[in-house]
Design a protein around this ligand. Sequence first.
Ligand SMILES: CCCCCCCCCCCCCC(=O)SCCNC(=O)CCNC(=O)[C@H](O)C(C)(C)COP(=O)(O)OP(=O)(O)OC[C@H]1O[C@@H](n2cnc3c(N)ncnc32)[C@H](O)[C@@H]1OP(=O)(O)O
Length: 194
Amino acid sequence: MSGTSAALKPPADAVRPVRHPEAPAPGELLGAHYEHCFGCGEGQRHGLHLQARAGDGLSVTAEFTVQAAHQGAPGLAHGGILTTALDETLGSLNWLLRVIAVTGRLETDFVRPVPVDTVLHLDAEITAVHGRKIYSRATGRIGGPDGPVAVRAEALFIEVKVDHFIENGRPAEIEAAMADPDQVRRARAFEVNP
Ligand SMILES: CCCCCCCCCCCCCC(=O)SCCNC(=O)CCNC(=O)[C@H](O)C(C)(C)COP(=O)(O)OP(=O)(O)OC[C@H]1O[C@@H](n2cnc3c(N)ncnc32)[C@H](O)[C@@H]1OP(=O)(O)O
């Protein structure tokens, strides 16, 4: 059984956005949006280290290998970890629009158990935009990129400004991020581009 709540259905006047002209080329690795991010940060030793790649149009792909530290039941991935992998993949779609957006709502279907050591092959796409609201969906497959679906999700991301993080984040981490020229350049570039 599957289905999503009304909040995840784009309104009739939602539009299909266009890929930003300066979006990473198809096949390009997107890199981490923040080095301490649990989903993608290379400096986060407990994290998923998920690497997303730009796809065609408004899509991305990513791979994530389930580790022993990600178990819920014996030998099986915890559902929250799988949802995190979906959330991170969906969040990386922001690179294609060059906007900063945060997860507002995320609904996950768990279709098959995912054993430890399995590679989860993820793909995600933006389906519509309405004002600051970005609608998207993602799928995670096992046994290969065309293997059976193990998890799928639909999401609503909300566009925000850099100030969202400056006003809400813990000062120590915000100050460190603002002192990192690469981090600031990445965030500001997203904010000023149409
Ligand atoms: C310097 C450091 C830079 C770092 C950059 C890296 C960034 C990368 C980050 C990536 C991280 C990875 C990913 C992560 O982990 S993101 C982390 C998890 N997410 C969050 O922490 C978000 C927490 N929520 C909020 O901050 C606010 O609620 C937001 C900002 C989302 C909206 O509050 P805001 O006051 O701004 O806007 P609004 O309330 O007027 O709503 C606007 C519109 O949206 C609609 N709506 C809102 N919520 C929902 C909902 N749940 N379901 C359905 N609809 C919802 C709402 O009805 C309205 O629609 P309409 O009336 O217009 O039709």
